[in-house]
Design a protein around this ligand. Structure first.
Ligand code: EPS
Length: 391
């Protein structure tokens, strides 16, 4: 079992992440972990906070001489803004529509939503990305890559190769991910990136915020991860929950997702084809050998299922698309109620991001990587890192 916990608040002393269940002997490095955190920390549209934090982490457990020990891995990420925050943590009595403020205050019987806002903050996702760094190292070891890119922000759509190609072609996914890495909004289309930045500027100037859509593709994932025997073993259940848990995410699709509902079965499913000759398939000498041989030669010409059928990976790229809503903190606030007086008033305003979709995509990668690593360990796990899995 691979499990993790995060603790800490946005402006508290720092975030703590504990990841338990990683095999021993996996080479890791603090520098690479910091680099991974840097991919999440900044994108165009982030506010002043991104310039304050540097996410200089300390690995405080589970790693010895640059390799995992098998013990729980613990990481501490200090909040540099903690020191600046003294005296600035004003009460939040007028909850922001769309934020955890109001339901969180109702949950804990609070008139001040500050404790809710501090923990509900997406700052917490830095701790998840830290856990996922180790998961990604395990996936790397087995030749599995998880990549992401942004396809739209505030209604500005990137001009990308068709979704069917993005789902099917690993080389295209790698190209898109490479291009996204050098875009300030994590979008592989340079012209759309410029337009997205303009849209972010306009929204920011109007005291508003923007959301968007991102895609995550996990490449070279072995088949048969997850399970069909019970609902909570299904890898699509787990991926959807993991991605939906990211702050701001309101929609998750796997493969063609909602579009499949419009198609006939003959148009929706990915035909099973034989990639080459299978001499043993006709001998009938040993059905089990034949099955292994057949499995290694199968191919699909399409990947509308997004690499998952019946709750299990099928050997194609695992492909998800997710929608992030606009950030709820608005400089031109919506109407709210003051919890202390019951009077109508504008919602709470404070420093915030205008758009964080580029960062959210990196968190999406992290959540998908953690689920796939867990499922990989369920099927192939051991105490120490095993030789690269062949399938
Ligand atoms: C966040 C508000 C902003 C974001 C923060 C999440 O922080 P602040 O209130 O300090 O300006 O920058 O995200 C991060 C600090 C981060 O590292 O992702 C919120 O309210 O969710």
């Amino acid at each position: 079992m691979l499990r993790y916990l995060t603790a800490g608040e946005s402006h508290g002393p720092g975030l703590t992440a504990i990841l338990e269940g990683m095999p021993a002997g996996l080479e890791v490095s603090t520098d690479d972990l910091v680099r991974e955190l840097g991919r999440r920390r900044w994108c165009y549209g982030r506010g002043g906070r991104a310039a304050i934090e540097s996410d200089e982490v300390r690995i405080t457990g589970g790693v010895h001489k640059g390799a995992t020990t098998g013990g729980p891995i613990s990481v501490f990420i200090p909040n540099k803004d903690h020191e600046n925050w003294a005296g600035k943590d004003r009460p939040i009595t007028s909850p922001r529509p769309g934020h955890a403020d109001l339901p969180g205050a109702l949950k804990y019987g609070l008139l001040d939503c500050r404790p809710v806002a501090e923990r509900a903050s997406a700052r917490e996702t830095a701790a998840r990305v830290a856990c996922a760094y180790f998961a990604k190292r395990l996936l790397d070891h087995h030749g599995i890559r998880v990549v992401s890119w942004v396809t739209s922000i505030g209604g500005v759509e990137a001009d990308l190769p068709a979704p069917a190609l993005r789902m099917k072609s690993a080389s295209l996914a790698l190209d898109l991910a490479r291009a996204a890495e050098s875009s300030p909004v994590r979008c592989p289309d340079p012209e759309a990136s410029t337009e997205m930045m303009r849209a972010i500027d306009l929204a920011g100037d109007a005291g508003d915020s923007l959301g968007g859509v991102f895609e995550v593709s996990a490449l070279n994932v072995p088949p048969a991860l997850g399970g069909f025997a019970h609902w909570d073993r299904r890898i699509d259940t787990r991926i959807a929950a993991a991605v939906m848990s990211i702050n701001g995410v309101k929609g998750v699709e796997i493969g063609e997702g909602f579009r499949l509902a419009e198609l006939r079965g003959s148009q929706a499913h990915d035909e099973i084809l034989m990639g080459g000759q299978c001499p043993t398939a006709t001998t009938g000498d040993n059905p089990q050998d034949c099955m292994v041989d057949v499995a290694s030669r199968l191919c699909r010409s399409t990947n509308r299922a997004g690499g998952i059928e019946g709750g299990m990976t099928n050997g194609e790229a695992v492909f998800i698309r997710a929608a992030a809503k606009p950030i709820p903190t608005l400089k031109s606030p919506l109407r709210s109620i003051d919890l202390t007086t019951g009077m109508q008033c504008p919602a709470h305003v404070e420093r915030a991001d205008v758009c964080a979709v580029g960062s959210t995509a990196v968190v999406g990668e992290a959540m998908v990587a953690l689920v796939i690593a867990e499922a990989l360990l369920e099927r192939y796990g051991g105490d120490t890192v095993s030789p690269r899995i062949a399938w």
